[in-house]
Design a protein around this ligand. Structure first.
Ligand code: NAP
Length: 367
C-alpha cells in the first residue's frame, strides 16, 4: 500500500515527538514534513531535538534528516503539498490560542487538512471534537465546514483535552447500554508531561501536588457536552447532560492522567456493579469494528485488584490506547465511583490524533 505523506506541526515538542515515534511503522501514514518554531527551523530534525528527545525509542534515519520548517510558513507547506510530501498535517503547536486558530485555518484554506491537538478550535461551532469510539459520525460536519468557509479540500478536526479521555468512554458505554449519566464529579491527577517540555518547574513538582492547571477544569466540564452533542444545521448543538464538576491537579508522575469519578445516573440505573463491568468489557466502537491500526483491541480494560489502575503499571495497556479502570464501587452520595487512567501523550494526544486520522481516512476525507 502506498502510504499517505503527512506533516507534523510542532514536531519537536512533547506531543510532536510522540507522533514521530508512533508513526515510525504506521501502515497508512509516513512522516515527510516537520515544522516547529523559528528557533528550530532550518535545522535537520535530529539537530533540532538533540538534547531534548524524550523517548527510549528513537526516530528513523529518514525523519532525522528532514529539514525542520517554520510552522508559521504556510506557503512552505503548500509547496510540500504540491510536491506530494504533505497530504495533511497533525498540529501539535503550543502557542497563543488566537495565533494557533488562525494558523490552522490558513493551512486548511491552503487545501491541507489539519488534525489538531491544540485547544484553539475545540469551541469553534463547526469543528468536530473527535473520540472515534464515541462520536465518529461527527465527521459528517466536514462538508458543511468546508462549504461555509470556501475550503475545497482542507478542513479542521480536533481531539479533546487529555484529562477527559479516561472517563469519556466508560460514561458513553453506560449511556449506550441505556444508563446515561446525569451528574459527575471528577478529580484528576495529571502527569507532568501534560504540560509539555520543560513544563512545570521541578521545584514545584518534587514532593508536591499543584492543585491548579490553567483552563483545565473548564475544558473538562464543557468538552464532553460537545462530544455527546449533535449536528444541527451545520453546527454542533451541545448535549444538556451530564453536569460535570472537575478538580484538576498536577502530580509528580511522568505520563498517565488518573481520574477519580463519582457518577449519578438518570432515571435508569444498572442493577449491579457486575452489570457495569460487563458493559465496559463488551464495549467496542468503530475503530475496533473496522480494525484501525492505532485502535486498542479492547478500549476499556477493567482491573479487579484493589490497588489498580496505577500510572506506571497501566498507562501502556494495549499500545497505551486503552483506558484502564478499577475500584468500581457504590457511592454514598451519587450512584457509583471508580478510578480511570489513560496515557496523556498517547491516547490523550498523538495516539488519539492518529486514531482520528485513521477515522477520517476510513470516511474518505484523507487521500
Ligand atoms: P511543547 O512540548 O511545548 O511543544 C510545543 C511545540 O510547538 C514545539 O514543537 C515548538 O517548537 C512549537 N512552537 C512553540 N512556539 C511556536 C511558534 N511561535 N511558532 C511555531 N511553532 C511553535 O508542547 P506539547 O506538550 O507538545 O503540546 C503541544 C500541543 O498539544 C498543545 O497545544 C497542547 O495543549 C496539546 N496537548 C498536549 C498534551 C500533552 O500531554 N502534553 C495532551 C493533549 C494536548 P520549538 O521546539 O522549535 O520551540
Amino acid at each position: 500500500m502506498i502510504k499517505i505523506p503527512v506533516g507534523i506541526l510542532g514536531a519537536t515538542g512533547m506531543v510532536g515527538q510522540q507522533y514521530i515515534t508512533l508513526l515510525n511503522d504506521h501502515p497508512w501514514f509516513e512522516v515527510r514534513y516537520v515544522a516547529a518554531s523559528p528557533r528550530s527551523a532550518g535545522k535537520k530534525y535530529e539537530q533540532a531535538v538533540a538534547g531534548r528527545w524524550h523517548h527510549v525509542k528513537t526516530f528513523s534515519r529518514n525523519v532525522g534528516a528532514i529539514m525542520v520548517q517554520d510552522a508559521n510558513d504556510v506557503g512552505c507547506a503548500a509547496v510540500a503539498f504540491k510536491r506530494g510530501d504533505c497530504s495533511f498535517v497533525f498540529s501539535a503547536l503550543e502557542m497563543g490560542k488566537d495565533e494557533t486558530r488562525s494558523l490552522e485555518e490558513a493551512y486548511a484554506a491552503a487545501g491541507i487538512p489539519v488534525i489538531s491537538n491544540a485547544s484553539a478550535h475545540r469551541w469553534t461551532s463547526d469543528v468536530p471534537v473527535l473520540i472515534p469510539e464515541i462520536n465518529p459520525h461527527h465527521t459528517d460536519i466536514i462538508p458543511a465546514q468546508q462549504k461555509a468557509r470556501g475550503w475545497s479540500r482542507g478542513f479542521i478536526a480536533v481531539k479533546p483535552n487529555c484529562s477527559i479521555q479516561s472517563y469519556m468512554a466508560p460514561v458513553h458505554a453506560l449511556a449506550l447500554a441505556g444508563f446515561p449519566s446525569k451528574r459527575l464529579i471528577v478529580t484528576t491527577m495529571q502527569a507532568v508531561s501534560g504540560a509539555g517540555y520543560p513544563g512545570v518547574p521541578s521545584l514545584d513538582m518534587i514532593d508536591n501536588i499543584v492543585p491548579y492547571i490553567g483552563g483545565e477544569e473548564e475544558k473538562s466540564e464543557k468538552e464532553p457536552l460537545k462530544i455527546f452533542g449533535s449536528i444541527d444545521n451545520g453546527i454542533f448543538k451541545n448535549a444538556a447532560l451530564p453536569n460535570i464538576s472537575a478538580h484538576c491537579n498536577r502530580v509528580s508522575v511522568t505520563d498517565g492522567h488518573t481520574a477519580c469519578v463519582c457518577l449519578e445516573f438518570g432515571e435508569k440505573k444498572p442493577a449491579s456493579m457486575d452489570e457495569i463491568k460487563k458493559i465496559w468489557g463488551a464495549f467496542k466502537g468503530l475503530p475496533q469494528e473496522a480494525d484501525f491500526p492505532m485502535a486498542p483491541k479492547q478500549p476499556i480494560i477493567y482491573r479487579d485488584e484493589d490497588n489498580r489502575p496505577q500510572p506506571r503499571k497501566d498507562r501502556d495497556a494495549d499500545k497505551a490506547m486503552a483506558v484502564v479502570i478499577g475500584r468500581l464501587r457504590p457511592c454514598n452520595v451519587f450512584d457509583i465511583r471508580f478510578t480511570a487512567l489513560s496515557h496523556n501523550t498517547v491516547r490523550g494526544a498523538a495516539g488519539g490524533g492518529i486514531l482520528n486520522a485513521e477515522l477520517l481516512r476510513h470516511r474518505g476525507y484523507l487521500s
